[in-house]
Design a protein around this ligand. Structure first.
Ligand SMILES: Cc1ncc(C[n+]2csc(CCOP(=O)(O)OP(=O)(O)O)c2C)c(N)n1
Length: 517
């Protein structure tokens, strides 16, 4: 990978979401010292999402002073959902910082969600001082065991001189190979100034008794090691990110080009081809997959979303592309078999494929067959949307009308069950990364954090949350966050106490101007 690629890291998740490049975004830590402070630059996001606590406050205070925007939420889970949205929408690493113990345990669902979405998130957690671990310090639990199964990289910083290398490595790991969350634990004594740490540790001169002398010697050593080398110059440039690219020979084995090939988009890539596209089909995917001669799984995984591979035609040649080996071969040889498995980046594979097969034309009859089916189903949907229920509103009608109303820059955040499922087949996201939903983990509660991250990335855009009333309960408190941080979003809420009938539909908004919709 050339240097420019390192500087402008293009992230392609295995589900064909395309995130765009970033320049180096500067962030700083203050190194603790007795009187002076020293800061160093690390490349990451320009926001830190947090719910503060004493363990991590030096990071927040120093970062804010240096221009990083600190966005505090009402629940820790929203910090990671917001960081995840920033990661997806900006192509950089999203950052969340929470306090030790319960602060971290509260993030677990969102970290798992980011892992399943292959989203590069850096989670910073406070921790008890290393010397006090396991001795009953406030909020001291085994945090590493909690996050090891969820994160690509987990580290505890045990001395001030390790902060820079550990953060650099974490940022590299988050973006390399299959992107995903990483976790760094900062024991409290690597973040506070020397004199405060010395006082807390209780180093008091020589000591009188032999035992006191031994204890003081031990504590003095601990303190010396904690701060040794803290002032040595360190390289803070981002480490090279390793993105696996597809082997060029594999690209040449394929027989068609991207242009003109009919596409179905999964939840993670919804919006990739814009609101209207000649090649995008929305309806009757199952039939198309059964009949196709060749299928490209561009990051799509043969899990429950594709009936574990059973929906793919038995005679079809299947080109499967994924950065992650496990996902690439998920259920292969059980219900399906890749003809050409490509372990590599989806976006560059598709680009090379298109370049290598210029002039290929997809059979127009095949396209018109799919298009006719698509249109027939759309007409049926339209008819269904005109049916007037005995009570209240027809949800299909609600979304048909919303579809007309949405501006070209609207970002849609979906958080719910049935109501969101209806939204997914009626609304047409306006562009790539303008649709964020619970994803393969099916996580209710993503709405509040996702919308916060989305609004910060696209401050000029309308950000809509489509909520079921159940889902709203998870992140209702973040409406206070939107107000405090002046990030107005619009929420469309379905109340469905009586089964599938829409009982009531309301708009909630932290911005009174938008309330009029
Ligand atoms: C964290 C979490 N808890 C529980 C579920 C199971 N679940 C899936 S859909 C659903 C109901 C959602 O209700 P609501 O948000 O009101 O949306 P609706 O289906 O009514 O449109 C539940 C509880 C889940 N997916 N995620």
């Amino acid at each position: 990978m050339d240097d420019q690629m390192v500087a402008y890291i293009t992230l392609f998740t295995s589900t064909a979401v395309i995130g765009f490049g970033i320049g180096a975004v500067l962030s700083y830590f203050h190194l603790p010292s007795s009187g002076r402070t020293r800061s160093f630059k690390i490349s990451w996001s320009s926001y830190i999402f947090t719910l503060p606590g004493g363990h991590i406050s030096p990071i927040l205070v120093a970062s804010e002073k240096l221009g990083i925007r600190i966005v505090d939420t009402r629940h820790e889970v929203s910090t990671v959902f917001a960081a995840d949205a920033v990661a997806r929408m900006s192509g950089t690493v999203g950052v969340a910082a929470v306090t030790a113990g319960p602060g971290l345990t509260n993030t677990v669902t969102a970290v798992k969600n980011a892992q399943m979405a292959e989203s590069p998130v850096l989670l910073i957690g406070g921790a008890a001082a290393s010397i006090l671990k396991g001795r009953g310090a406030l909020q001291d639990i085994d945090q590493m065991s909690l996050f090891k199964p969820l994160c690509k990289y987990c580290a505890t910083v045990t001395s001030v001189r390790d902060i820079v290398p550990v953060v650099r490595r974490a940022l590299q790991e988050a973006q390399s190979g299959t992107p995903g969350p990483v976790f760094i634990e900062f024991p409290i004594d690597v973040l506070y100034p020397y004199h405060m740490v010395a006082k807390e540790i209780g180093v008091k001169g020589e000591g009188k008794s032999f035992m006191q002398k031994v204890v003081n010697w031990y504590l003095g050593n601990y303190l010396d090691n904690l701060f040794a080398g803290a002032w040595d110059p360190q390289d803070t440039k981002p480490l090279r990110v390793n993105i696996p690219f597809a082997n060029h020979d594999l690209v040449q084995q394929s027989f068609f080009e991207t242009l003109g090939i009919p596409c179905f988009l999964g939840g993670m890539s919804r919006g990739l081809l814009g609101q209207k596209s000649d090649i995008q089909m929305r309806q009757r995917r199952r039939d198309a997959l059964k009949e196709a001669d060749v299928i490209i799984l561009a990051g799509a995984v043969c899990d429950f979303r594709l009936s574990y591979g059973r929906t793919l035609g038995r005679k079809a040649k299947i080109i499967a592309v994924n950065r992650n080996k496990e996902q690439l071969y998920r259920n292969a040889d059980m219900f399906w078999k890749p003809t050409v498995p490509v372990l590599g980046d989806v976006g560059t594979f598709m680009r090379d494929l298109a370049a290598g097969l210029t002039g290929y034309n997809c059979d127009p009859e095949w396209i018109s067959t799919l298009r006719e089916r698509d249109e027939a189903k759309e007409i049926t949907n339209k008819k269904m949307s005109e049916e007037i229920p005995e009570m209240h509103l027809n949800p299909m009608k609600v979304f048909m009308e919303l579809e007309e109303l949405l501006p070209s820059d609207a970002v849609l955040v979906a958080d719910g069950g049935d109501f969101v499922a209806t939204a997914a087949y009626i609304l047409r996201p306006r562009g790539p990364l303008m649709w964020l939903d619970p994803g393969a983990f099916g996580t209710l509660g993503v709405g509040g954090g996702f919308a916060l991250g989305a609004k910060l990335c696209r401050p000029e855009s309308q950000v809509w949350i489509i909520y079921g009333d159940g889902s709203l309960g998870y992140s209702l408190s973040e409406f206070d966050t939107y107000t405090r941080h002046k990030t107005p979003v619009i929420a469309l809420l379905a109340m469905m106490p009586g089964g599938l009938k829409l009982h009531e539909s309301k708009f909630l908004c932290s911005d009174p101007v938008l309330h009029a919709i």
